[in-house]
Design a protein around this ligand. Structure first.
Ligand code: DAH
Length: 349
């Protein structure tokens, strides 16, 4: 029996002496492995008489259970210790440089809207808005585009299904609808701008089904074409950040009379003629004119007393020309590389 007691105290001492999990495993094998010292004592039972086996078996079991329970608790202690050791090794070094991470950028359409808005605000224009789902009246009729007028076909309009009253609304094809809403709501004089989404059934290198326009409208007493020209020259100089050469070309818009398209000298070839200006030396940037008296009359503005000018242009077109972006569709493909290149960091806008 004293042999068994020695075995027990040796085995428990060995467990306490195991300094780490590997050493503990070795101890387990040494005592309880196939050829282990405690296992050897248990194997002796097979050769004993039943009486001997009963007595010796109980004694060996005591040794074995004491060993197993000590083994279990030592294992827990060593595991906790191993975890602590590992955690202490993993403490953070606050002096290391931080990992690089990418900050989002402001989309060129968004910052062009901000730039245009700021410039026009400095010229006295305040923001006005109107619905994107519009009635035929505000998108066309009130702007002096009568039913069946060919000008309607230029717009490739998205029509909605007729509502209960049979009225077929449209996705507005131009921000000019806001002119009407604003003149209906407010008394002149007024100077407003409207920047927003417009929609046309069109998609190629220079057209997308959704794009943005900015619209300007001024109604004042004594406004003349020269004021329009002055405002546009200032607007274009400020936007392109240089003295741009501009020209006004006679054109037709149903809602202005006279009407003019505005071109600027090609920013890329300085007027010599290149692929971008199609060898003409000029780039078309916006539409404009003196508000047609029919439009004023529709909105109950007395055209003998008040004059108005208006202009409108595509935001994406302005951005393409200023930043040298050559495909309109890039604005809407959401490619990270495009944003990385043409986006502005938040601190720049
Ligand atoms: N609405 C016109 C378009 O979509 C642009 C335009 C031209 C707006 C002349 C105006 C204007 O206000 O006076 O092409």
């Amino acid at each position: 029996m004293s042999d068994l007691q020695n075995l027990q105290s040796d085995s428990l001492a060995a467990i306490q002496a195991a300094a780490n999990l590997d050493a503990l495993e070795e101890t387990r094998v040494k005592f309880l492995g196939k050829k282990g010292l405690i296992s050897a004592e248990m194997q002796k039972l097979g050769k004993m008489s039943p009486d001997e086996r009963k007595e010796y078996g109980a004694a060996v079991n005591v040794v074995k259970e004491a060993f197993q329970s000590a083994l279990h608790s030592r294992k827990q202690t060593l595991e906790e210790q191993a975890l602590e050791d590992q955690l202490s090794l993993e403490t953070q070094d606050m002096t290391l440089p931080a990992d690089a991470y990418q900050l989002g950028k402001v989309h060129p359409v968004s910052y062009t809207i901000m730039e245009v808005g700021d410039i026009l605000a400095r010229l006295g224009f305040s923001h006005a808005t109107g619905p994107e789902i519009e009635t035929d009246f505000y998108n066309f009729t009130a702007l002096n585009i009568p039913e069946n007028h060919p000008a309607r076909q230029d717009h490739d309009t998205f029509y909605l299904k007729p509502d209960a009253s049979g009225e077929r609304k449209v996705l507005r094809t131009q921000t000019s609808n806001v002119q009407i809403h604003t003149m209906e709501k407010f008394e002149p004089p007024m100077r407003v701008m409207s920047i927003g989404r417009v929609f046309r059934k069109d998609s190629d290198v220079t057209h997308t089904p959704q794009f943005h326009q900015v619209e300007g409208l001024a109604i004042e007493k004594g406004l003349a074409f020269a004021h329009l020209r002055g405002v546009l020259q200032k607007f274009l100089n400020d936007f392109f950040e240089k003295d741009v050469t501009m020209r006004m070309r006679p054109h037709y818009f149903p809602f202005t009379e006279p009407s003019a398209e505005v071109d600027i000298e090609c920013l890329f070839c300085k007027g010599d003629g290149c692929r971008i200006c199609k060898q003409s030396g000029w780039l078309e940037v916006l539409g404009s004119g003196m508000v047609h008296r029919n439009v004023l009359t529709h909105c109950q503005v007395d055209h003998t007393e008040w004059q108005g000018f208006a202009f409108g242009c595509g935001i994406e077109r302005l951005a393409m020309l200023k930043y040298g972006i050559n495909d309109l569709r890039l604005f809407y493909e959401s490619q990270a590389a495009f944003l990385k290149h043409f986006g502005k960091s938040v601190s720049q806008v």
